[in-house]
Design a protein around this ligand. Sequence first.
Ligand SMILES: C[S@@+](CC[C@H](N)C(=O)[O-])C[C@H]1O[C@@H](n2cnc3c(N)ncnc32)[C@H](O)[C@@H]1O
Length: 176
Amino acid sequence: MSYTQYMESMKEYWNIDSAAIQVLQAIIHAKKPKNILEVGTSNGYSAIQMGNIASRYGGKITTIEFFEERFQLAKKNIAEEGLSETIEVLQGDAVEIMRDFSPSFDFIFLDANKEEYPLYFTQAMRLISHNGIIVADNTVSHAKKLIEFFQAVALEPRATTLDLSIGTGLVIITVD
Ligand SMILES: C[S@@+](CC[C@H](N)C(=O)[O-])C[C@H]1O[C@@H](n2cnc3c(N)ncnc32)[C@H](O)[C@@H]1O
């Protein structure tokens, strides 16, 4: 695949940019979360990048994708990278799936429908473990759509936030 084709596929699947993925990888490398949840798989790019770090210490990733075609593509890409033991891909609506989970995640990455971030955040706060970390992408590129989400985060007494303006914008939320 040429560089141009590669960049086009990154846009088509709305993949996270390389600076932001480095931040996620650094947090995962330093903190070694056992159970990672990703909301918004797309073709599996970010799950694979996180999985490359998590697989070194036995961490597991659960990632959720709504669309069948992307779900299947992600499973294929993850298998080709040899990460099927590390990453489980679930198909369905993330809010519904999260509602069925019990608290057990120490790192949660939100990167699906921006209008649903407040719903994901409510569930993420229920699911995150003590001293866990929640990261949300697109906080600069989609700032107008995320006002309700920012308000919910600001009102959450267990949350401390760090806003990063790299890539499309990331917020790092550490949770007591
Ligand atoms: C920005 S892309 C994810 C990119 C991916 N994290 C990466 O960097 O490689 C967002 C994905 O979330 C999916 N999505 C949107 N709303 C969803 C929902 N409610 N439940 C599950 N997946 C959803 C979309 O189909 C899309 O593939």
